[in-house]
Design a protein around this ligand. Structure first.
Ligand code: NDP
Ligand code: 2IT
Length: 450
């Protein structure tokens, strides 16, 4: 049995050389599936692991565009359609200079299990481009998004593949891509989620990932007979996920003392209240400035720590929520967090914690909420947006928020109970991976060798 899992992993490394993030994501999932593979010999017989690590389709394309000075640029775009066993491919698009196949493949692979956990009929996919939105004008952003969709449109559709946002892609970019899709196809359909509220978007989608990860962390605290009231919380990032995690944690009575961006961290020992968050929303979503400006603006006890991440600030912390990017919390960070009293680490970002840091946290009794369970609120609410688009209806804020909360509570319960059932009580990594996998694996067997 050991040989089966190891040999599948080794083949992945061999066939996808130099894609280290993809290797990491596959390793984490395969290792934790061991008890399920032992219990269900049919998965090996049907070669489910070999099939699930191979994307159904990968499209890589040229994205040529013209900047404001008339100069031509060429970026590389891609869409990886990983698994459609339980529904149309679904997952975000990332625009960041670090994007390459290894990143999009790790994200697409994670998305398969995450989407299965939501209980909604969505397969897994991911896309992106090595485009850097920083410093680009509004018209340059528009032209790039248009150029990207000018190729992507032929590979997606409301019943085929439904992209959404991720790093560097929010409502603005979704709007420019939607405009091109609608024009070329002459169709107003739910081909993308995260749309604006006036043109088919869902209430709560913007807030959903940040709210969802906070609802998930609240459930983890509940297992420990605790809640967010007066808890000290460190959050990284200051983008879409971080912003609404700050908001919901604060609403639940927690005190958020950090946010960050790729240049550095802000440490605000007095806590980021609703008014200060308003400043961050304006700074990041309208002015598109740097988080350092928060420290300059509010002054007082606030410190700006250039080049640093939040985790090694030497102060007491109850809950840590990494909400920026992959591998942003390493072993040394985990050690510091444990020394400073952390009880819950809950991932808003995708794979923000390195494998050795994850092991260390779990071994030291920290409740660890893996991204594919904890940050599923974003894609779940995308699923709710698809449902509303199909119905030609818009649900109220209360309706969508209640459904989101219910989904997060269910994912928590499923991961918790599955971990217990397979002999790893309290291990949400094992629970989430096995629960997501079982659903997809059963669907793949039912649909034959395709
Ligand atoms: P945004 O682009 O809105 O924000 C990203 C934030 O992370 C920014 O503060 C950014 O700083 C920071 N960041 C990005 N790259 C790096 C890096 N290499 N090092 C340090 N900081 C970095 O993206 P989102 O908030 O949407 O996404 C954040 C994470 O959440 C990602 O892992 C994403 O995959 C995940 N996620 C997003 C969902 C969504 O619905 N949007 C759903 C589920 C997960 P800077 O501005 O300096 O680049
Ligand atoms: O990582 C993710 O789950 C997302 N970026 C959201 C995907 C979606 O389709 O809403």
């Amino acid at each position: 049995m050991v040989d089966y899992i190891t040999s599948v992993y080794e083949t992945v490394v061999e066939k996808n050389p130099a894609q280290k993030e993809f290797h990491q994501a596959v390793k984490e999932v395969l290792e934790s599936l061991r008890p399920a593979i032992e219990k269900h010999p049919e998965f090996k017989q049907h070669k489910i692991l070999e099939r699930i690590v191979e994307p159904e389709r990968q499209v890589i394309f040229r994205v040529p565009w013209v900047d404001d000075k008339g100069e031509i640029h060429v970026n590389r775009g891609m869409r990886i359609q990983f698994n459609s066993a339980i529904g149309p491919y679904k997952g975000g698009i990332r625009f960041h200079p670090t994007v390459y196949e290894g990143i999009i493949k790790f994200l697409g692979f994670e998305q398969i299990f995450k989407n299965a956990l939501t209980g909604l009929p969505m397969g897994g996919g991911k896309g992106g481009a090595d485009f850097d939105p920083k410093g680009k004008s509004e018209t340059e952003i528009m032209r790039f998004c248009q150029a990207f969709m000018l190729e992507l449109f032929r590979h997606v559709g409301p019943d085929t593949d439904v992209p959404a946002g991720d790093i560097g892609v929010g409502t603005r970019e979704i709007g420019y891509m939607f405009g091109v899709y609608k024009k070329i196809r002459n169709e107003f359909t739910g081909v993308l989620t995260g749309k604006g509220l006036e043109w088919g978007g869902s209430l709560v989608r913007t807030e959903a990932t940040g709210y969802g990860v906070t609802y998930f962390a609240a459930e983890m605290l509940k297992v420990k007979n605790m809640d967010f009231k007066d808890k000290i919380v460190m959050i990284s990032g200051s983008g879409n996920v971080a912003q609404y995690a700050v908001q919901k944690v604060t609403q639940l009575g927690g005190k958020v003392i950090t946010v960050s961006d790729s240049d550095g961290t802000v440490y605000d020992p007095d806590g980021i209240d609703a008014k200060k968050l308003e400043y961050i929303l304006e700074l990041k979503n309208v002015k598109r400035g740097r988080i350092k400006e928060y420290a300059d603006h509010f002054g007082g006890n606030i410190q700006y720590l250039p080049g640093r991440r939040p985790w090694r600030i030497g102060t007491h912390v109850d809950v840590a929520m990494p909400c920026a990017t992959q591998n942003e919390l390493d072993l040394e960070d985990a050690r510091t967090l444990v020394n400073n009293g952390v009880k819950v680490v809950c991932e808003g970002a995708n794979m923000p914690t390195t494998l050795d840091a994850t092991d260390y946290l779990i071994k030291n009794g920290v409740a660890f909420g893996p991204g594919k369970a904890a940050n599923a609120g974003g894609v779940a609410t995308s699923g709710l947006e698809m449902a509303q688009n199909s119905q030609r209806l818009s649900w109220t804020w209360e309706e969508v928020d209640a459904k989101l909360k219910n989904i997060m509570v269910n994912i928590h319960r499923t991961a918790y109970e599955t971990a217990q059932k397979y002999g790893y009580p309290g291990n949400y990594v094992v629970g989430a991976n096995i629960a997501g996998f079982l659903k997809v694996a059963k669907a793949m067997i039912a649909q034959g060798v395709v």
